[in-house]
Design a binder for this molecule. Structure first.
Ligand SMILES: [Fe+2]
Length: 454
């Protein structure tokens, strides 16, 4: 397939982890979530020719064909072996697709399954899982309760789909993917920031059935009053930082951040280049003028932090971000999403690769929080000031390589998901993390200030 490819279905409604009570409903939800994920995987791996599937487009990324078979292998490990107790289908390939055994840089040198075989393997696993699902009762163990393992695997596939979309962004060559642009909106003229009141709030979750271990358990936190940007920081605002010499003034940068941008000659977000008096960017094989009203994308934590200092502000802590996203002042409780407990729909947020870019700042008024903060979910992952740490009472489940091995000061937390994240892997409690130098990811940010601070 050489024509640019697009997903012709939006995210399946109701495929997220809403509490459901009966096995039939749960079965339908699991099937819809797995199917949505596989449609996206198929799109991402059929829109380029074979050499593009087996090539490594960046040492930061796996060849696309590795992701494809790894998706199948994890599904086999967790659903056919761990849940159903089946024998391994192809034990000799387990090591090849163990993400902890081989670094991404090393993966192209492995004897990976060729594309046709990888597709066949993933399809065969899926066929057996679909059969298994017909008789699943979702009872008995923590792994199967409320369909957790199935939900975990649907999220895992969608997370790799996002990773593959990053690979597509890094790939050079003609456009392979296409999608309609988000609806245009009038220039946002609402208040630049919102006051979030101080006081206790409930962070994390204990009851969300498909929430992963690092989101648990729910616990109370005291938060001092703070102001947070109504929308993510835009390209236009970020350009003002660049034009003001932001990348040339050490005073805005942390010591490691300054060393990093000097060493790597960084002077603008990734994929940007200056062309005379304007900035251009490359986005999925297309070069275009940087749109000023769109949230800035492809900045690392150091850049986000430096911008915030230049603006006289700071990045929100992870706790502040979650309070802005979930706190309902009418009840004092925490909601699943900024707009309430309903599953994300296209009116709420830019999710699920429906678009291949963030929506303009101020979009999705139906998705704003009760306090009026917009675009917390979808569009761009938002860097927070916080290190990735376990919540009080954290219990690893079901494997330590999902979260536990990453806890510590090396990683910064990102929140809210991007246009490349599916609803099944996105909620007010969902936590992402990465190194502060990373910017090939779909990362942006918003800023905050303590109440009372100028
Ligand atoms: Fe994985």
């Amino acid at each position: 397939m050489t024509e640019p490819a697009a997903l012709d279905t939006g995210p399946a409604p109701g495929t997220g982890p809403a509490p459901v009570t009966d096995a039939e409903t749960l079965r339908a939800r699991v099937l819809a979530s797995l199917t949505t994920a596989r449609e996206r995987t198929t799109l991402l791996t059929s829109c380029v020719e074979e050499p593009d599937l087996t090539a490594q487009h960046s040492p930061l990324m796996s060849p696309l064909v590795w992701d494809l078979a790894h998706i199948g292998n994890q599904e086999e490990l967790w659903l056919l072996r761990a849940v159903a107790g089946r024998e391994p289908m192809r034990p000799e390939i387990d090591g090849l697709y163990d993400a902890f055994e081989h670094s991404r840089a090393e993966r192209p040198t492995l004897p990976l399954l060729p594309p046709a075989e990888a597709r066949r393997y993933a399809a065969e696993v899926r066929g057996r899982v679909t059969d298994l699902l017909e008789s699943a009762d979702f009872e008995g163990t923590r792994l199967t309760e409320a369909g957790f393992a199935f939900g975990m695997i649907a999220q895992h596939e969608q997370q790799h789909d996002e990773t593959m979309l990053i690979t597509h962004q890094l790939r050079t060559g003609p456009q392979a993917l296409t999608a309609p642009d988000p609806d245009p909106v009038p220039l946002f003229t609402g208040p630049a920031e919102v006051l979030v009141p101080g006081g206790p709030f409930t962070m994390g979750t204990s009851g969300e059935p498909w929430a992963l271990d690092n989101e648990r358990p729910a616990h109370r936190r005291e938060v001092a009053a703070f102001h947070i940007d109504t929308t993510p920081v835009t390209n236009g605002a970020y350009q003002a930082f660049i034009e003001d010499g932001g990348y040339d003034q050490e005073r805005w940068w942390t010591k490691p951040g300054w060393a990093h941008i000097r060493e790597h000659g960084i002077h603008a977000p990734q994929f940007w280049r200056r062309d005379g008096g304007q900035w251009l960017r490359r986005r999925f094989g297309v070069t275009e003028v940087v749109p000023p009203e769109e949230p800035v994308l492809h900045v690392c934590w150091y850049e986000a932090d430096a911008y915030a200092r230049w603006a006289g502000r700071r990045l929100p802590t992870e706790t502040e971000w979650e309070k802005a996203a979930r706190f309902d002042p009418a009840t004092g409780g925490s909601m699943r999403y900024p707009w309430g407990d309903a599953e994300p729909g296209p009116e709420h947020a830019n999710l699920g690769q429906r678009h291949l870019r963030p929506a303009p700042a101020g979009s999705y008024p139906a998705g704003e929080s009760p306090l009026g903060v917009r675009q917390l979910i979808g569009d761009v992952w938002e860097w927070t000031a916080s290190d990735f740490l376990p919540y009080p009472g954290f219990r690893m489940f079901p494997y330590k390589e999902y979260s536990e091995v990453f806890f510590g000061p090396e990683y910064k937390v990102l929140r809210g998901g991007s246009f490349a994240v599916d609803a099944v892997a996105c909620r007010g409690t969902f936590r992402n993390w990465d190194y502060p130098i990373r910017r090939q990811i779909f990362s942006g940010f918003r800023t905050a200030r303590s109440a009372g601070a100028a």
